[in-house]
Design a binder for this molecule. Structure first.
Ligand code: 1DF
Ligand code: MN
Length: 356
């Protein structure tokens, strides 16, 4: 067998037989970062996770912080060059976390609109390279649903970005479900992206420096997705599809225990509010959830997820600019996956989920 058939040509630096669509790629507007700066300077944000994360990125002189702040805001040729240098054909773009979800409701609604307009301009400039996701303000669920509809119908966006908790509140609360109803009706996915753990969840992580992407993001976001499932969101919205990064924030590894213990908890009536679901927890993860490997360029974990969720449920993501490591892209193509499965992972699954 020619080496190009074995490894898809990646090792030899050739073009593979598929596109590479990176599905969790971040950007930021100047307007939003300036609001973050002002809020940090005024010291009035009651969200220790936000203060830790954005206090670092906006104040640290480190090479990591300064390069990321610059790349987040750069939507022109330098970003395209970074994509070319790492072999990325398209970025699915989302307003970086927590997006508008730390603002008061009126500000959040306004910044969601202005950033969506800006993103639509960027996509118009590079229509073959960029795909937009709509930022929405859960602080005002009815407006969020409207903005998602505008984003999809008028701006050509392919779904919504939700950065986990909003001011400590979670999407298992039915007051937010207008957003899920809109996504289901528009037939677009919701990307449930990490946020720092909420105020009530963060303390022992923060005091150990583990609140960020190293682990706290996963604790927060895996718990959030599980709470969405156990609250019955997918029984109410059976067509809804949620995309989650970081290989499903570890939930695929928990499938067996989640099914057993959810059943045990419900059947023993330990919590009055925990109602029986139509299906097992693992069924929702296989039928209503897609996962991406953002930040997890590691073939054994990717292949485990493909094995337990299905080859059609796992998508490629880089998490630019937070994990911009061009070599990772090529190294991963040396995994034992067949060329056909590589094509699903890097291209076809994303085209299906986001309707590209
Ligand atoms: C980090 C990582 C920050 C991810 C992010 O958004 C982010 C980080 C503020 O390393 O601080 O999206 N990530 O998805 O892994
Ligand atoms: Mn990310």
């Amino acid at each position: 067998m020619a080496s190009s058939e074995m490894n898809n040509g990646a090792a030899a630096g050739m073009r593979p037989n598929h596109l590479r669509i990176a599905t969790e790629e971040a950007w930021a507007t100047r307007e939003m970062l300036n609001l973050y700066r002002r809020m940090l300077a005024q010291g009035k944000i009651d969200d220790p996770g936000f203060n830790s994360l954005w206090g670092f990125y906006l104040n640290s002189p480190s090479a990591r912080a300064t390069a990321i702040i610059e790349r987040l805001q750069e939507m022109g040729e330098p970003r395209i060059r970074d994509m070319d240098a790492s072999g990325i054909d398209k970025q699915i773009l989302m307003l970086t976390s927590p997006g508008v979800q730390v603002f008061d409701a009126a500000t959040a609604v306004a910044v969601a609109k202005s950033s969506n307009d800006e993103l639509a301009d960027c996509v118009r400039r590079y229509p073959t390279r960029y795909v937009g996701m709509a930022a929405v303000a859960p602080q005002n669920p009815a407006e969020a649903a409207k903005e998602l509809e505008r984003g999809v119908r008028q701006l050509g966006f392919k779904g919504a970005i939700l950065n986990s908790h909003t001011l400590g509140e979670y999407l298992d609360d039915p007051k937010f479900w207008d957003i899920f109803a809109a996504a289901e009706a528009l037939d677009v996915p919701v990307y449930l992206h990490p946020n720092s753990p909420s105020k009530g969840l963060i303390e022992p992580l923060l005091t150990r420096g583990l609140d960020g992407a190293i682990y706290g993001f996963g604790v927060e976001t895996g718990m959030h997705l599980l709470a969405i499932i156990t609250s019955g969101v997918f029984d109410r919205f059976p067509q809804l599809q949620i995309v989650v990064g970081h290989l499903g924030e570890a939930l695929p590894f928990w499938l067996f225990r989640l099914d057993y213990m959810h059943r045990a908890t419900v059947n023993s009536r330990r919590y009055e509010f925990m109602k029986p679901l139509k299906k097992q927890v693992s069924d929702y993860l296989r039928e209503n959830v897609f996962i991406t490997n953002s930040g997890m360029a590691w073939a054994p974990a990717i292949m485990f997820c493909q094995q337990v969720l299905g080859m059609d449920r796992v998508l490629y993501a880089m998490d630019y600019p937070y994990q911009y490591v061009p070599e990772e892209v090529r190294e991963m193509e040396n995994s034992p996956l067949s060329a056909a499965d590589q094509k699903k992972f890097y291209q076809l699954n994303a085209e299906k989920v986001f309707k590209l």
